[in-house]
Design a protein around this ligand. Structure first.
Ligand code: ADP
Length: 161
């Protein structure tokens, strides 16, 4: 049986923190699916297909990583994909409560699926998509925060003219 992990999130846009988690887990699973969440309730800067493209451009070199878009319950996607694990990244303590709540809900509705949390590396733990958008809006350098493929699209959306 091949071991497949799904890494779900908004990825609006993908940051160095996400890239690090994906690179690390791709070594521990046969296949990793980065699942870009499309939500009618959550406004995003980039459309789902743009977010997907930026992940693909960034991670094209990793042969066992795929990117997909999904609207609905993550566990439904996980079952359909024949995956066994949901991976989430953990930064500061503030992430903990939300992640524990989500993991508990998933445990309840799909006990066969395991949630695994991976700690952010210290040098990335302060990076968030929201923070990156704030930096872009104010013309700060972005190269230590987001992958190369994201810099221009982000400046185009938010940078000062
Ligand atoms: P969501 O909106 O679902 O939280 P995000 O795109 O913000 O989605 O994040 C997806 C996952 O990546 C989450 O588990 C989040 O905690 C994790 N993550 C975000 N930023 C980092 C980072 N800098 N280092 C490690 N994990 C991160």
């Amino acid at each position: 049986m091949s071991r497949i992990a799904v890494y779900p999130g908004s990825f609006d846009p993908i940051t160095m923190g996400h890239v690090d988690i994906i690179q690390r887990i791709s070594k521990n699973f046969d296949r990793v699916i980065v699942l870009v969440a499309q939500s009618s309730q959550k406004a995003s800067l980039f459309a789902a297909d743009e977010r997907k493209r930026l992940v693909q451009e960034t991670l094209g070199g990793l042969k066992n990583v795929d990117v997909d878009i999904f609207e609905g319950l993550t566990v439904d996607y996980v079952k359909k994909a024949g995956a066994q694990v949901i991976v989430r990244g953990l930064r500061a303590v503030v992430d903990f409560e939300y992640e524990m709540t989500m993991a508990s809900i998933h445990q309840k509705i799909a006990p066969e699926i395991e949630t695994m949390l991976v700690f952010a590396r210290p040098e990335y733990y302060y990076i968030s998509s929201r923070g990156v958008k704030e930096l872009a809006m104010n013309g700060a350098p972005l190269k230590d925060f987001v992958p190369e493929a994201v810099i221009e699209p982000l400046k185009k959306k938010l940078g000062r003219k």
